[in-house]
Design a protein around this ligand. Structure first.
Ligand SMILES: *Cc1c(COP(=O)(O)O)cnc(C)c1O
Length: 363
């Protein structure tokens, strides 16, 4: 249960499991398997275990160290490397993981060679860039060619399928039309290799709307899901979907109040630079009741993304180790020593879950 040190990150494993089960049920109904993406919480083993116990087909991360840690801690679910591998980590990709996403023939050849040395089979999914402009083959001929080479020459690899990623860099929506392009790409490859591909991996949380709206192309049979299960925030807050069937508070930041005082809302003196070299502008709202809590940007990076659990509490700003709150309109009386709670966003969670200063508490 933890030693009651603050700041803390409370992780409600029961709520996480609920979210996984609900999303998995919807995916099952659509013939879609889940790669549970745990990079958002820095690969916390206990979170990964929930994905494993819920029966997700893969557990996935962008970082090999996280996947290796899971293997060492007895997670038996097949592991997926979702950031296209560095050439220099080919041996570790083969040693640690079962399947990886790829976009370079040179890396595929290196994986093949390493798989041969280690006497292992390694599955690969070839990534098609459909316009989001992050990873993936751009040229349709080039991906087909890479598929043919993998199938015919790279004997230690198994061409498991094709995939795409949308809505990460280019903010391109995963429409049915985009995903049909991926299916067409897969079918092109299938006609050339003379067999069906096992997986057509249709993206991340940003592809979940296709399941919610019932227009996922039938041949898409895998999604790689992180945020939509861990936090369930973006589809509700940005896209306006009703995600009330999922818990939004799997993760809670807890921090202790170290100062409560009435102070002016506008700094007093000549305004120059803050702790990060910025020259900020402050609104003068007169004297306000403020609280300081003992947690800062070192722990969560972006204070504007924290959502206070207490009504009327407003995050004004932060430096490395302090967060400054306006508590003038808080519904309860906040005192030194009180513990305040906040809901982190994805941008906060990766820092909170990996900070040595933040105690992780499972509830
Ligand atoms: C991070 C990532 C995912 C998961 O994204 P979410 O938005 O957290 O669901 C899936 N695929 C790839 C390639 C990723 O990098």
């Amino acid at each position: 249960m933890g030693s009651g040190r603050y700041p803390g990150l409370a992780v409600d494993l029961g709520k996480l499991r609920h979210n996984i089960d609900m999303v998995k049920r919807a995916c099952d109904d659509n013939g879609v398997e889940i790669a549970g993406v745990i990079k958002g919480c820095t690969g916390l083993t206990e979170c990964a275990r929930q994905f494993a116990e819920a029966g997700c087909r893969f557990i996935a991360s962008s970082r090999l160290e996280q996947l290796e840690h899971l293997r060492e801690n007895g997670i038996a679910t097949p592991l997926m490397m979702i950031r296209v591998p560095m050439l220099s980590e080919a041996a570790d990709v083969v040693r640690i993981t079962d399947i990886s996403l790829n976009s370079e023939i040179e890396v595929l050849r290196a994986l093949n060679e390493e798989a041969g040395k280690q006497d292992r089979k390694h599955q690969v999914i070839l990534m098609a860039d459909l316009g989001d402009l992050r990873e993936g083959f751009w040229d349709r001929e080039e991906i087909t060619e890479a598929a043919l080479i993998t199938e015919r020459e790279l004997q230690n690899l198994e061409l498991a399928g094709v995939g795409t990623n949308l809505g990460c860099y280019g903010a391109v929506a995963a429409t049915a039309e985009k995903l049909n392009e991926l299916v067409a790409c897969a079918e092109d490859i299938e006609s050339r290799i003379g067999r069906k591909l096992e997986f057509i991996s249709g993206g991340a949380t940003s592809s979940l709307p296709r399941i919610l709206e019932g227009d996922l192309p039938p041949r898409i049979n895998m999604l790689r899901l992180g945020e939509g299960i861990l936090l369930a925030a973006d589809l509700q807050e940005l896209w306006g979907y009703d995600m009330s069937f999922l818990h939004k508070d799997v993760f809670t930041l807890r921090a202790e109040v170290i100062e409560v005082k009435d102070k002016p809302s506008h700094p007093v003196g000549e305004i120059m630079f803050d702790a990060f070299g910025n020259r900020p502008v402050y609104e003068d709202r007169g004297i306000r009741k403020r609280a300081l809590i003992a947690v800062g940007k070192v722990d969560y990076a972006f204070c504007e993304d924290l959502v206070p659990a207490d009504k009327g509490v407003v995050v004004l700003g932060a430096s490395s180790d302090h967060t400054i709150l306006d508590i003038q309109d808080a519904e309860r009386d906040i005192k030194v020593g009180d513990i305040l709670e906040f809901r982190p966003h994805y941008s906060n969670l990766v820092y909170l879950s990996s900070s040595p200063n933040v105690e992780i508490v499972y509830i």
